[in-house]
Design a protein around this ligand. Structure first.
Ligand SMILES: CC(C)(COP(=O)(O)OP(=O)(O)OC[C@H]1O[C@@H](n2cnc3c(N)ncnc32)[C@H](O)[C@@H]1OP(=O)(O)O)[C@@H](O)C(=O)NCCC(=O)NCCS
Length: 356
């Protein structure tokens, strides 16, 4: 509650006034196509046990989405404990959250050209600009809320937190924030947050963690399922050992399409027809006209690509290419519309390193 702010909690009450459930909203942003789209991150959804199974969570989420639409928030994102509940109100899988591990002794990189400087005290203000540079070019990354940043730099109970800038202090090329802990099968470095902006920073990053191998057995970090960090390693010793998909809801179709960015070289027009049972304002035909990396939406058009509000999510985020969504029955489209949608949305795999 401290991190989200009490004013950003919503409660469901009985007529007697007793709160029987609630949720919290992180008002932040999420990067798509080089633009930060205003986003409501939903956390701490809960219904008291004796009222579960009666439609309470559905009602709470429905009211929350109507409020977000009135507020003009284009998209909402969350981590689901169960997909069924959130699919009922229009959320669908949007992108990845993945944990990787590697034995420190198998990294074998040795490039200490860039300096690494320890940062104390660990305050997120030091890292924000560097993070933003990586986030801007990575679909699905958060434009982090202050509460999310505080969690990044906050050590777990009785653990020290270590933070290092990669490169000179005037011109940092990355950073790593991590903790160390003993697990039943050995010592582990757990990287809480990292950014590498240049090839030299990437080589220094791996070298730095390889230099812990006399005491540290494994290094853990969060990344994309297709992680380019691993392309520099001599052997395929890095293993993906956990992955989860976060879900997204398109709250306002025209705003969501207009606020994200598109490949700057593409000039095209995509005609969509959207169905939304919960937020009727999203129903209908839309023309998305894209020029110089930005989109404009008008009502109308021939509805060459038809889909419901949930199926628009993996298309919008780029989680799946449109022809795969067509094959799985998530959309119907003409060949020409599929090609245009592919040019606009299928750019890179959407992922984030944050859990909330
Ligand atoms: C998950 C939780 C919020 C659901 O609340 P609820 O009021 O029981 O949910 P609803 O009655 O509104 O259910 C809405 C739909 O979701 C489904 N659903 C709810 N909980 C589910 C579960 N755990 N697994 C699968 N489906 C579930 C319901 O079956 C219903 O679908 P249906 O009408 O087609 O049958 C509640 O169980 C809870 O508070 N759990 C503990 C905290 C938690 O897990 N929060 C979620 C964090 S993301």
């Amino acid at each position: 509650m401290n991190s989200i702010g009490q004013e950003n909690f919503r409660y469901l009450r009985q007529t007697s006034g007793r709160a029987i459930g609630g949720l919290g909203i992180y008002y932040m942003g999420q990067w798509y196509g080089g633009q930060s789209v205003p986003m409501a991150g939903i956390a701490a959804v809960g219904i008291v046990p004796e009222y579960r199974g009666t439609g309470a969570a559905y009602e709470l989420l429905k009211q929350m989405l109507a409020e977000l639409h009135t507020q003009g928030v284009p998209i909402s994102t969350l981590y689901p404990a169960t997909q069924k509940l959130y699919r009922k109100v229009g959320y669908e899988q949007g992108g990845s959250y993945c944990r990787w591990e590697i034995p420190a002794a198998s990294i074998h990189l040795c490039d200490r050209h860039l300096p690494m400087t320890r940062v104390t005290p660990v305050h997120y203000a030091t890292f924000q600009d560097i993070y933003d540079q990586q986030a801007q070019s990575t679909n699905g990354h958060l434009a982090r809320h202050q509460g999310i940043w505080e969690r990044v730099v906050e050590p777990a109970k009785e653990q020290a937190i270590y933070a290092y800038l990669i490169g000179t202090e005037d011109q940092p090329e990355g950073y790593a924030i991590f903790t160390q802990k003993q697990e039943p099968d050995g010592f582990m470095i757990s990287i809480k947050d990292w950014v590498v902006l240049t090839p030299a920073a990437l080589r220094r990053f791996w070298t730095f963690f390889a230099d812990h191998r006399s005491q540290i057995d494994r290094v853990r970090w969060f990344s994309s399922p297709l992680d380019s960090l691993t392309l520099l390693l001599p052997e395929q010793t890095a293993k993906l050992n956990f992955q989860q998909r976060w879900m997204l809801r398109i709250v306002d179709v025209p705003k969501a399409l207009e606020k994200r960015g598109y490949p700057p070289e593409i000039e095209t027009e995509l005609h969509l027809e959207v169905r939304d049972d919960l937020l009727p304002q999203n129903n209908g035909k839309f023309i998305l006209k894209v020029s110089q990396g930005r989109g404009e939406v008008a009502k109308g058009g021939n509805g060459a690509l038809q889909l419901d509000i949930r199926s628009l999510v993996p298309l919008y985020t780029g989680l799946f290419p449109p022809y795969q969504l067509q094959k799985s029955g998530h959309l119907e489209a003409t060949t020409d519309a599929l090609l245009r949608a592919k040019q606009l949305f299928s750019t890179s795999h959407p992922w984030m390193p944050d859990f909330f």
